[in-house]
Design a protein around this ligand. Structure first.
Ligand code: HEC
Ligand code: HEC
Length: 366
């Protein structure tokens, strides 16, 4: 999912826009049943004001030679101004500092020359600068990927006509893997119901059952073994039982253990292993001609392909995957980040799932 806003919308309209879209997300994503939970979404006004002050103050101090070309001026406006603050790249990549000195303040033309060695204007996302910071190099935000997206946007805005307004999808070849024997979930729930189900109904039904006082999906602890089995499948890893969410939640996330988390997670692991051991591997018929194997995680996310993003002022792609912030990665300062709170869950493939947030919408400021 992604959300974008363009210049014609004032910030107050922006807020209503967000509210509206999230209502839709909620309605389509959650059924009834997870009662009593609250969620809210709020604009991070203080942070936005601070970051605006930052970017503007430092930028206006420039007193070196004039930009020699229009492109140098574009570079200055879109990349240099955004990266030169001391709390971003300025403390190291300035004049006399660490090479490349792409945010030096003595001469914008020399900064431009240095920047050109680490950007790719025809494909900003492939810039060395983006890869370096995305790989964990001095990001100024808690999320490396948010910094990488922002720098990509700065470079894209600098490049302007060179790349055009539409984002492209970068296809990368996956590692080659042979298709091997694998385990599949048996059709009927009997193996599950004799191994894993008893633990779930004993210790998790208080919440994860459709008949609980405050039912919490997924309903893998439903007394009905078929219902429970369906809900449990995505939480079980048949090839590596220790990676099953049921085991990880107890062992490393300390989620509702019934005595000691270590022991409980071992007990769950034993149950999932017994279930998995009872399943015969599906082998590939040696007479078949088969291709290489692809798994879901090898896919390329293509959410943004082809959409025109000219003149946007805020862009939310919900890519971070953890934490409480949905970053505005439009590259237009000030960043209008969103604070997430209440009952929400990050989901794979870029997104946030909100449940029952209708109950306590906090509209922020109009
Ligand atoms: C605390 C100092 C420091 C900060 C802050 C810093 N860098 Fe660096 N940067 C370095 C050092 C040291 C190197 C050289 C060693 C290395 O490659 O890691 C470097 C190297 C690089 C390179 C690689 C150049 C090459 O040719 O391989 C890029 C690109 C880069 N930095 C971009 C950035 C960006 C963009 C920022 C701001 C978001 C930033 N750096 C912030 C210290 C810093
Ligand atoms: C007191 C209520 C409660 C109990 C008891 C409970 N859970 Fe949960 N569970 C939740 C809530 C709330 C969520 C959704 C928020 C979250 O992910 O933490 C959840 C979500 C989950 C999820 C789905 C999200 C994911 O990370 O995959 C799993 C798996 C899970 N619980 C496992 C368990 C297991 C196993 C037990 C029993 C040992 C259990 N829970 C007992 C409240 C509970």
């Amino acid at each position: 999912m992604s959300l974008l806003l363009n210049q014609r919308q004032s910030y107050s309209r922006v807020l209503r826009h967000i509210t509206l879209l999230f209502l839709c997300v909620l309605l389509s994503a959650c059924g009834s049943g997870s009662g009593g939970k609250q969620a809210q979404l709020d604009l991070e006004a203080a942070a936005a004001a601070a970051s605006s002050a930052n970017a503007n103050n430092n930028g206006s101090d420039y007193s070196g030679p004039d930009p020699q070309t229009v492109d140098v001026q574009q570079f200055r406006l879109y990349l240099w101004e955004n990266l030169m603050p001391q709390n971003r790249c300025g403390s190291c990549h300035g004049d006399g500092g660490q090479s490349p000195s792409f945010v030096r303040q003595d001469d914008i033309n020399l900064a431009y020359a240095a920047a050109n060695t680490v950007v790719n204007l025809s494909s900003p996302i492939e810039s060395l600068m983006v890869q370096k910071v995305g790989g964990g190099h001095n990001c100024w935000l808690p999320s490396d990927s948010a910094c990488a997206d922002l720098i990509t946007a700065y470079i894209t805005n600098w490049a302007g006509n060179v790349v055009g307004g539409a984002k492209t999808i970068i296809l990368t070849a996956p590692n080659l893997k042979d298709a091997g024997d694998s385990k599949n979930f048996p059709e009927d729930a009997s193996l599950f119901s004799s191994n894993v189900h008893p633990l779930l109904t004993t210790y998790c039904a208080e919440c994860h059952s459709d008949t609980a006082v405050v039912p919490q999906s997924p309903y893998f602890a439903s007394a009905d073994a078929d219902v429970a089995y369906e809900a449990a499948k995505s939480k079980l890893d048949l090839d590596t039982p220790a990676n099953s969410r049921f085991v990880v939640r107890l062992g490393s996330e300390f989620h509702n253990c019934w005595s000691s988390c270590g022991e409980n997670s071992d007990e769950m692991l034993a149950a999932v292993s017994a279930f998995s051991n009872g399943i015969v591997q599906t082998s590939i018929d040696p007479d078949l001609v088969i291709s290489k194997a692809l798994q879901l995680g090898d896919g390329v996310l293509a959410n943004s392909g082809g959409r025109d993003e000219t003149n946007i002022v805020a862009l939310y792609e919900f890519k971070t995957g953890t934490g409480t912030t949905a970053y505005d990665t439009s590259g237009i300062e000030p960043s209008l980040n969103l604070n997430l709170s209440g009952s929400y869950e990050w989901v794979g493939g870029w997104g946030v799932l909100y449940c029952k947030w209708l109950k306590s919408v906090t509209p922020g400021h109009e």
